[in-house]
Design a protein around this ligand. Sequence first.
Ligand SMILES: Nc1nc2c(ncn2[C@@H]2O[C@H](COP(=O)(O)OP(=O)(O)OP(=O)(O)O)[C@@H](O)[C@H]2O)c(=O)[nH]1
Ligand SMILES: [Mg+2]
Length: 611
Amino acid sequence: MAGIWLDALDDIARTCQEHGRGDLLQAVRLKRAHLLDPALTVLVVGEPNQGKSQLVNAIVNAPVCPVGDGTTTVLPTVLRHAEVATATVVQTPLPVPGTAPAADPPAVQRTPVPTDQIAAGVAGSTGRQPGGGPAYIEIGLPRALLGAGVVLVDMPGGDVAAAGAGTPVAALTRADTVLLVTDSTRDLSVTELNMLLHLTRSHSNVAVVQTKTDLVPDWRAVAERNRRHLADAGVPVPLIPVSAALRLHAAATDDHTLNAESGFPTLIALLRRHLAAKPDTLARAAVVLTARTVVEQLAAPLRAELSNQRSAEESAPMARLHAAQREVDELRRCSTRWQNTLTDEMADLISDIEHDLRERTRQILRMVDEAFETADPLVAWDAVAQWLERSLVEAAEANRRWLVQRCDWIARRVAASFARYGHGSLPPWPLTASVEYGAPVPELERPNVDRFSVGQKVFTGMKGSYGGLLMFGLALTLAGMPMINPISIGAGALFGGKSIRDEGKQLLRRRQATVKAAVQRHVDDFFIQVSKDSRDAARRAQRVLRDHFVALTDELQTAIIDSLRSAKEAADTDAAARERRQREIQQRMIRLAELYEQAQQVTAARPAPLT
Ligand SMILES: Nc1nc2c(ncn2[C@@H]2O[C@H](COP(=O)(O)OP(=O)(O)OP(=O)(O)O)[C@@H](O)[C@H]2O)c(=O)[nH]1
Ligand SMILES: [Mg+2]
């Protein structure tokens, strides 16, 4: 029969090993050894002064455990079978500080105590090394119940968890049956109910012993209430009312009725049933409990990892992928932005440059016009022409400088769009080269102007003087004077001079108009030529900039697409790895569930609970 639960226990041990839990494996191995041991360890626990020690005494019918007011149990007392009564204090030495803990458990120190000094031993005042490790007192007693394999452990009063921790008895993990002792003077306390909840989680056989029934006439009502408390708390453990005083008295007087009344036969029968069931039912139940503890311990980290994974959807590779996608979008936006900037700025530049040139030439033209308002082109032409040439060249140069500056500024503005990529992305250009002028500025030709030659002057003078002579001569003939007289000759000379002067002025005006028109034409030609050159230069600069930034965008795009691809691959691999791990965890969980089910089947064969 032991084969079934042993197999289940070995499965549990193997699972612990698979999960790399050495600590759990160790605990399972201890459990295995303990379950194979036919002895039934009965742990007697409870709050102080409830009658635990007296209960143990009454069970074995001997005053081995000191009881009474002012006497309290300090060391756990272990009662085993022995042919002759013995008492020994067993102490585990503490590890020496600063040395590595030994692989094997340290050898215990056993100090025999004379039987008449058991009380002092239990009180912890004899047989124990001061400052030594945890200790317990072992008492051997020739008793049939003990001889059958029952080992009674009387624990100091108080919280079991605290009392059990680290005692050399390793009481809690190895106890087969736990008796919680509470006396009849009051109901079960909250602390006791909590203790029971805690105990039933790790022990399949727990019972409540209600002592001192002889002290409380109404103990049945107390027992009834306690049973209800147990049911309410969801702790399905049996409750056995007893009286140690009655039992001891019955033993002294050999009174069977009194013994039956003490309630002890029921308690002892329970212990014997447990003892008989230990190799089978009890072991099976223990295996189920062990399986539950182990499965809980193993599943907790898996469950935590699973939920961590679910919440960590935004893992590092996924975040990288999203960042790369954002980078692609950003580059697309940047590309549109710089292209718009370049087109707009260049259109503005061309219109501004043309306007600037027009302003400059208009200014020059105005100056020339003003100059020829008074000056005679015959005299001033060379000086004005020189000045005009110089001014036009200067205007063209200033205009060109401005163009170069603006192009440079535009290049910087467009480059600013790439600032986030950390590129010093100005084209390595000699911008001046790309705005070099094409055709040379047309030469200013000397305009054809009318000169007032001497012959012309004589002819004009004679024409004017003839008119004057005739006019005055005729008028004076009426007065009886000859046609040619000093007056008419004088008038002729006067008229001749005026005609020459008038003709000279007219010719000057015509010359000025001709020159102005010629200059105007020249300046217009100059403007058309230079502004076309500027436009061409601006377009060339635009093309240079566009080619440069397109190349830069392509370069960035290649890099970004590459990083996007690698991020995508990483994210895919990560997702695959995560999925793999999730499947692995799920499989392990399923395996754990199977393990638990398998362990439960061990009890299914014989489901009757032990009471
Ligand atoms: N009348 C009566 N008194 C009892 C009974 N059991 C124990 N007592 C008394 O209750 C007191 C406490 O008993 P102990 O057995 O020392 O109690 P304990 O739980 O071992 O106490 P700690 O070791 O201090 O935790 C003693 O004075 C006992 O005589 C009983 O069944 N009837
Ligand atoms: Mg005691």
